[in-house]
Design a binder for this molecule. Structure first.
Ligand SMILES: [Zn+2]
Length: 221
């Protein structure tokens, strides 16, 4: 049993090679600093997102994982066609059983108008698998890439100290550089907006506060 080894493991369950860096790299970096083992599970190789003759999205993800000190597991689901299926749930369940993470992070895909269909399928599988896991892992859903009014975060992480490394990790996904959500100013606004929920520590300028936001779905003590 994982807990018997005293090992703390966080597992991300995302659809595409850049999702973890965009949605929760700051939290992962913070946990790594605290000694957590980080396992990045990615359902597809992201082949729809870039010309495979020019780019390797798998290599980009592996480089980002290496910088984080994380392990990485790729699925063989087809990018853009990840099915809501027993096969997907079974794949996630098998990985949960193999690693027994105390914390799972997946997509928030509440608004079907703005979410990616792969994100919705992967989130559903993560929800089902986390609910079934007998060791009752914590489940967090990370803010998506688009503005979604149904996202009501209740779990926040101050990533001010991790923001620079997050930007470097996102930059490693060079094949995605043209996407609007990869633009540094957009990423900065995303990371700064949640700081408006909190008091700023004395002496710290608001312009230097960066956050990630999550919806806590399951947490047992
Ligand atoms: Zn994605």
């Amino acid at each position: 049993m994982t807990d018997d080894r005293g090992e703390r493991i966080v597992m991300t369950v995302f659809a595409h090679p850049d999702d973890a860096e965009l949605c929760c790299f700051g939290l992962l970096a913070k946990l790594r600093k605290s000694g957590w083992r980080v396992v990045l599970v990615i359902a597809t190789l992201g082949e729809n997102g870039a010309d495979a003759t020019a780019w390797s999205r798998e290599a980009e993800a592996r480089a980002a994982a290496e910088g984080l000190g994380a392990e990485i597991v790729f699925g063989q689901f087809r990018d853009g066609y990840v099915p809501r299926s027993a096969e997907l749930v079974g794949w996630v369940e098998a990985l949960l059983e193999a690693y027994r993470p105390q914390m799972i992070i997946s997509h928030f895909s509440g608004d079907s108008r703005t979410t990616h269909q792969d994100h919705a399928a992967v989130e559903a599988a993560a929800q089902i698998a986390a609910r079934r896991a007998w060791w009752r892992p914590t489940l967090l859903l990370a803010e998506g890439l688009d503005n979604d009014v149904s996202f009501r975060p209740n779990w926040f992480v101050d990533i001010t100290d991790e923001f620079a490394s997050k930007m470097i990790a996102i930059g490693l996904h060079a094949s995605q550089g043209g996407k609007y959500y990869m633009a540094p100013d957009y990423l900065e606004v995303r990371a700064r907006k949640w700081s408006l929920n909190f008091r700023i520590p004395p002496g710290q300028p608001l312009s230097k506060c960066y956050w990630e936001a999550f919806q806590l779905v399951q947490h047992a003590i």
